[in-house]
Design a protein around this ligand. Structure first.
Ligand SMILES: Nc1ncnc2c1ncn2[C@@H]1O[C@H](COP(=O)(O)OP(=O)(O)OP(=O)(O)O)[C@@H](O)[C@H]1O
Ligand SMILES: [Mg+2]
Length: 220
C-alpha cells in the first residue's frame, strides 16, 4: 500500500544525510515499530511517509502513485483521506473546543456538521473525554491532550496511522493507556500503523520492529 523506494533525505545541499537509501513496504493492517536515538531521523521519516516533507531523493508511493509529485492541494486531500498523524507535540487549535478540534478533519472533507459532531462525540466518549467536548483544549491535562490528538487522527478512519512518540511526556500508567488504545484500535480496525516509541510493546501485538541508526533501518 505505502512504499518507500530508495529514500534519501537532507535539509540542505551541504547538510549531512538524515536518511540514507530507505526502502520498505507497509501493507494494509500491518504494524511497524520504529526506535532510534534522539536525532536519528524518526520524525523526519514519518513526515516523509505522510507527505508532509518530500524526500530529497527516491519516492514514496501510495497504491503505486508517487505522492511527491502531487501539488499542495492534492497532497492535503491525500493526507486528509488516508493518513492519521499523531504529532510528537500536542498540536491543537487553541481557539476551538475539544469537539471542534476532533471533527476538524471531517469538516475539511466537507461532511455535514451535525453528522461530524455526532461521530466526534462518540469518539471522545470512547477516549474517555466525553465530558470535555464543549471545553477549550487548554483545560486538558497532558494525557487528555494526547487522547484528543489521537481522536483527531482516527476520526477519519485513516488507512495509515502514524504516531510519533505519542506518550513522550506522560507518566508510565497514562502512557500505557494511550499505547493500548492505539494498538487495540489498530488490531480492531485493520488500519496500518507506524509507531515511534521508546515504550516496551508486548510481542502479542505482532509489530515489525526496526531501529533507525546512521540514517538506515535495521532489524529491531
Ligand atoms: N526542518 C528541518 N530543518 C533542518 N534540519 C532538520 C529539520 N527537521 C529535522 N532536522 C534534522 O534532522 C535530524 C533528525 O531529526 P528528527 O527530528 O527526525 O529526529 P528524531 O529521531 O525524531 O529525534 P527525537 O527522538 O529527538 O524526536 C536532526 O539532526 C535534526 O536537526
Ligand atoms: Mg522525533
Amino acid at each position: 500500500m505505502l512504499q518507500l523506494q530508495n529514500v534519501f533525505k537532507r535539509f540542505g545541499d551541504s547538510e549531512p544525510w538524515v536518511l540514507k537509501d530507505l526502502s520498505f513496504t507497509l501493507e494494509p493492517g500491518e504494524g511497524i515499530l520504529i526506535q532510534g536515538r534522539s536525532g536519528s531521523g524518526k520524525t523526519t521519516l514519518l513526515h516523509i511517509l505522510s507527505g508532509l516533507e518530500p524526500p530529497t531523493e527516491g519516492a514514496v508511493l501510495f497504491n503505486g502513485r508517487n505522492i511527491s509529485t502531487l501539488d499542495d492541494a492534492s497532497l492535503a486531500i491525500f493526507r486528509n483521506k488516508h493518513i492519521g498523524f499523531c504529532f510528537q507535540d500536542v498540536h491543537v487549535q487553541r481557539h476551538l473546543t475539544v469537539l471542534e478540534n476532533v471533527i476538524l478533519p471531517l469538516l475539511l472533507r466537507g461532511e455535514i456538521l451535525s453528522e461530524a459532531a455526532s461521530r466526534g462525540r462518540a469518539i471522545l466518549e470512547r477516549l474517555g473525554l466525553g465530558g470535555f467536548s464543549g471545553k477549550m483544549p487548554a483545560v486538558l491535562s497532558g494525557g487528555q491532550g494526547q487522547r484528543l490528538v489521537l481522536g483527531r487522527a482516527l476520526i477519519g478512519e485513516p488507512d495509515i496511522l502514524l504516531a510519533d512518540e505519542p506518550t513522550g511526556n506522560l507518566d508510565e500508567e497514562t502512557a500505557r493507556d494511550i499505547l493500548k488504545m492505539i494498538l487495540d484500535y489498530q488490531k480492531a480496525s485493520g488500519t496500518a500503523l507506524v509507531l515511534v516509541t521508546h515504550d516496551a510493546i508486548p510481542p502479542s501485538y505482532n509489530l515489525r520492529r526496526y531501529i533507525l541508526s546512521d540514517g538506515r533501518l535495521g532489524a529491531g
